[in-house]
Write a protein that binds this ligand. Structure first.
Ligand code: MG
Length: 381
């Protein structure tokens, strides 16, 4: 079998992503009529246009190759833009094709992808809820939404960034500070949620790397003491492991990072220096099914749970991740954005089976789902 073509679909998923942001779907075709689907979606306006261009540039290198040689082709793709920097854009590009190659291999052999990865360690993949708080402004709003949207769907874990001042005024790290009023509002929101969800529910806090070291330490400690949060995610921006270490040494709150780390190489310091309690690579951003499986094995060797990031991406990001997590022992939970489910399902040949806080795969060969090309064309950018 040979790769005969690669096609990209950059689509507008509507208001569930920010202005100018898109999703990027990939189809890899073969000379034997089997096609595989992948996803290369990254975040940020314009990112997917760059990744789409990179896929178009690397396509001639892949035509005529045997799609079964996933490992060799992964390395070929990963090194293609090495002198630009091998992380981020190249890993999302690599992932889009890597996921499609696993889909092809599964379809060619009649096996679900998780079977090719070693088979089932579990039948269902536990989720945690994100994107459940649209329109919430006050602690009471968040508490109501947690009850009506999260608990009602059977979830036992949720995530949010309660520091609305930061998300409203800073897209990314600025001076790392927050006002006293903004800080207190965050505490009040989390406390109100805790009261509604009860002591057993896991509340995950995403700090989005907005804070400097002293602010981050104070927030993590107060949230842990006041509301028993289950993790404090990206306490500081992703560039400094030394800063993360300083937070680590000064808080008992469980820490988690990884959505802005790419490939197994970026995760080495986390394990070596014992910087986190959880890792959360994005299956697409970090390099695909092949790479998240390797990161999971590295984490397992340190008895660290893996909990893949998956927001705000299309359905194959979640499905590919679910295949990988079906097969790994040290799995904690898979992120999913509740608001995205209707549009994600509209892009698939059949809806995903998501209920009571878990996703169950359909057991069909490959990823198990075809993309709805009519819908892809209708939403083309
Ligand atoms: Mg995050």
């Amino acid at each position: 079998m040979k790769i005969s073509g690669i096609k990209t679909f950059e689509i507008n998923p509507g208001e569930i992503v920010g202005p100018g942001r898109t999703w990027l779907v990939v189809r890899v075709d073969t000379d034997e009529g089997i096609s595989g689907w992948g996803e290369a979606t990254n975040s940020g306006a314009g990112s997917n246009t760059l990744i789409k261009t990179a896929i178009e540039l690397i396509t001639p290198d892949l035509l005529g190759e045997d799609p079964a040689d996933i490992e060799r082709l992964w390395h070929l793709m990963f090194r293609r833009f090495s002198y630009l920097g091998s992380r981020g854009l190249p890993t999302a590009m690599t992932a889009g094709i890597d996921i499609a190659l696993w889909d092809i291999k599964g379809k060619a052999t009649g096996s679900p992808v998780y079977d090719l990865l070693g088979g089932r360690f579990r039948d269902e993949v536990r989720l945690y809820a994100n994107s459940w708080f649209e329109g919430c402004e006050s602690p009471e709003d968040y508490a109501r939404a947690a009850r009506e949207r999260v608990l009602a769907e059977g979830h036992t874990a949720l995530k949010l960034d309660p520091f609305r001042e930061m998300t409203a005024t800073h897209h990314m790290f600025s001076d790392g500070q927050i006002s006293a009023a903004g800080e207190q509002e965050g505490y009040d929101i989390v406390a109100a949620i805790r009261e509604v969800v009860g002591p057993g529910h896991e509340i995950l806090i995403d700090a989005h790397g907005h804070f400097n070291v002293p602010t981050s330490i104070r927030l993590a400690n107060n949230l842990f003491e006041q509301s028993n949060i289950a993790w404090f995610e990206e306490p500081v921006p992703p560039e400094s492991f030394d800063a993360l270490k300083q937070v680590r040494e000064n808080t008992n709150a469980p820490l988690c990072v990884g959505e802005r780390l790419f490939t197994r190489y970026d995760f080495v310091p986390l394990f070596r220096d014992r910087l986190v309690d959880y890792v959360m690579p994005d299956t697409v951003w970090s390099g695909g099914i092949s790479e998240i499986k390797r990161i999971a094995a590295m984490a397992e060797a340190h008895y660290i749970p893996i909990s893949p990031h998956a927001v705000p991406s299309g359905p194959l990001s979640l499905i590919a991740s679910a295949h990988a997590m079906t097969s790994v022992p040290n799995f904690y939970r898979q992120e999913h954005g509740m608001r995205a489910i209707p549009i994600q399902n509209s892009l698939l040949s059949e809806p995903m089976d998501i209920a009571n806080g878990v996703i169950a795969l359909n057991g069909k060969p490959g990823l198990g789902y075809e993309m709805n090309e009519e819908e892809l064309h209708a939403r083309a950018t």
